[in-house]
Design a protein around this ligand. Structure first.
Ligand SMILES: Nc1nc2c(c(=O)[nH]1)N(C=O)[C@@H](CNc1ccc(C(=O)N[C@@H](CCC(=O)O)C(=O)O)cc1)CN2
Ligand SMILES: Nc1nc2c(ncn2[C@@H]2O[C@H](COP(=O)(O)OP(=O)(O)OP(=O)(O)O)[C@@H](O)[C@H]2O)c(=O)[nH]1
Ligand SMILES: [Mg+2]
Length: 464
């Protein structure tokens, strides 16, 4: 790993969530971290303690007659083997807004600068400890809503995606080097054709590898972001009850008053290994109530944005015009139709429903819980997730930025291949090959521009 020697300023932030807690951490990183900490710390001489030790003492205010702020433990981690590759000091203080904020203010007054979101991780990247895709994995790990998402993020943090990308780039470099040699030293008249043939074969092999990576993307994206699943239906059909069933808790308010859910509710649940981002919407019908009207518009929007729509019908009442409208509105989305309230006498028969092989129809009752298991099975099947059987080391592409770059690299390779097939000279085809190499480099950040970097790290938490 290349360790650069850039000396950035010393940054500080509260790395634990705001609010009351047992312990909180104020983190410092940079060449002045130890000196700044020492100024506000009464205890051992931090410049003499061994690296990777935690040290008892008090935080005091040097500008206010050494007034005591807190009793603490201070971790000292010396460059370069630290999270940021810089000197890192972590003040483990008592949790709570007053203590943490006063300590943060103290370190800022004594020479540190407030860290931007993600700046510690950005330094780990800039100092060469991790690459860009690993930095992104840090954030994914923090944001993981399900065990499968956590696994995929940790896998990426461990550098498994980076290794695959690195190999692909190396394979491209090898082709380009080979081209250079053959162009510069054509040993015989047929050199050019041999080179062209070789470039074609190898480009095809690389293209196939990118394709197989991209084949993991649909699942990968679902793992990372969850499947946007909208629960829609007329008022009072049992949408909120269904959400509660899938959550296994009574989160949404359920009443027999139509129009109970006024706004969109969302929750993450793990259904048979598929992380669902469940969206309980307000019942769709024509309404004059202003609040409800906004809710209804939002549920229409939820259908638009959904990866999966659960259309809930009240099977104990005949199909209404509003039901029909919903069925039409979701005809082109991945959907499952739920005939709910099947504990009551049925008034809808499958013959009333669209004759469409792709749409699964399930009879459910949120009272008896009938149909919950079949629903879970169908969702798992629809998205081919075998969450449990996946190996820890399987590389998955989960990130929209990576997917887009891989897609562009794939397009570049397609251009190379069609060009060579049509008889274009290798030094022309080479340009797109080079382009594929650059695009892949953007995934790992071997190629990056400042603006992109800022955009990426901006999305991080403070203190990470
Ligand atoms: N208190 C505390 N807990 C934490 C972190 C932290 O920074 N502080 N982490 C982060 O936010 C995570 C742990 N991640 C880390 C990753 C790398 C290194 C690190 O020092 N790596 C060095 C040396 C490794 C070694 O000693 O072998 C290296 O890779 O060179 C530290 C933490 C989670 N828990
Ligand atoms: N018998 C029976 N009643 C149900 C079933 N599911 C829901 N209910 C009842 O139907 C009523 C409405 O349920 P909700 O889950 O609030 O319905 P909703 O679709 O969210 O309604 P809105 O938020 O008003 O659009 C409640 O009284 C539930 O107890 C079911 O499967 N069988
Ligand atoms: Mg509701």
């Amino acid at each position: 790993m290349p360790l650069m020697t850039t000396d950035y300023d010393t940054i500080a932030a509260i790395s634990t969530p705001p609010g009351v807690g047992g312990i909180a951490i104020v983190r410092l990183s940079g060449s002045e971290a130890l000196a700044i900490a020492q100024q506000i710390y009464r205890g051992k001489d931090l410049s003499r303690v061994a690296t990777d030790t935690i040290n008892y003492g008090h935080i005091v205010d040097p500008q206010a007659k050494q007034r005591e702020i807190d009793e603490v433990m201070v971790s000292v981690m010396r460059a370069p083997k630290t999270y940021t590759c810089e000197d890192v000091v972590e003040i483990n203080c008592h949790g709570g807004l007053q203590v943490t904020n006063q300590i943060l203010q103290l370190v800022l007054r004594n020479g540190a600068r407030l860290a931007e979101p993600g700046e510690f991780t950005k330094r780990a990247f800039l100092n060469g400890r991790i690459d860009l895709s690993q930095s992104e994995a840090v954030m994914d790990l923090i944001e993981a809503k399900t065990d499968a998402a956590r696994k995929a993020a940790l896998n990426q943090l461990d550098g498994n995606l980076s290794a695959v990308i690195k190999k692909l780039r190396q394979a491209i470099v090898d082709i380009l080097a080979n081209v250079e040699v053959n162009i510069d030293y054509p040993e015989y008249d047929g050199a050019e054709e041999v080179t062209s043939q070789l470039m074609l074969e190898r480009s095809e092999a690389i293209k196939a590898k990118i394709q197989s990576l991209l084949a993991t993307a649909e699942q990968g994206k679902v793992l990372r972001d969850g499947l946007n699943t909208a629960i829609v239906g007329r008022p009072n059909v049992g949408k909120s009850s269904l959400l509660n069933r899938l959550l296994h808790e009574e989160k949404a308010i359920v009443t027999d008053v139509p129009g109970t859910t006024r706004d969109v509710l969302d929750e993450y649940v793990n259904v048979a290994g598929v992380p669902l981002h469940l969206i309980d919407t307000a019942g769709i019908h024509e309404t004059t109530d202003q609040v409800e009207k906004i809710g209804v518009e939002r549920s229409r929007a939820a259908i638009e944005q959904a990866d999966l729509v659960l259309v809930v019908l009240n099977a104990s009442e005949p199909l209404t015009a509003a039901d029909q409208e919903l069925l039409d509105a979701t005809a082109h989305t991945k959907r499952i139709i739920l005939l709910n309230k099947t504990d009551l006498p049925a008034r809808i028969t499958p013959a009333d429903l669209p004759d469409d092989e792709q749409t699964a129809v399930i009879k459910t009752s949120t009272v008896t819980e009938d149909g919950t298991k079949p629903l879970e099975t169908i969702i798992a099947k629809l998205f081919f997730i075998d969450g449990i059987s996946r190996q820890q080391t399987d590389v998955m592409v989960t990130n929209a930025r990576h997917i887009s770059l891989l897609q562009q690299a794939l397009d570049a390779l397609t251009t190379v291949i069609s060009g060579l097939t049509a008889g274009l000279p290798v030094d022309i085809a080479q340009i797109d090959l080079q382009r594929a190499w650059e695009l892949l480099g953007e995934i790992t950040g071997d190629n990056y521009d400042e603006e992109l970097m800022d955009q990426l790290f901006e999305q991080f938490c403070i203190g990470k």
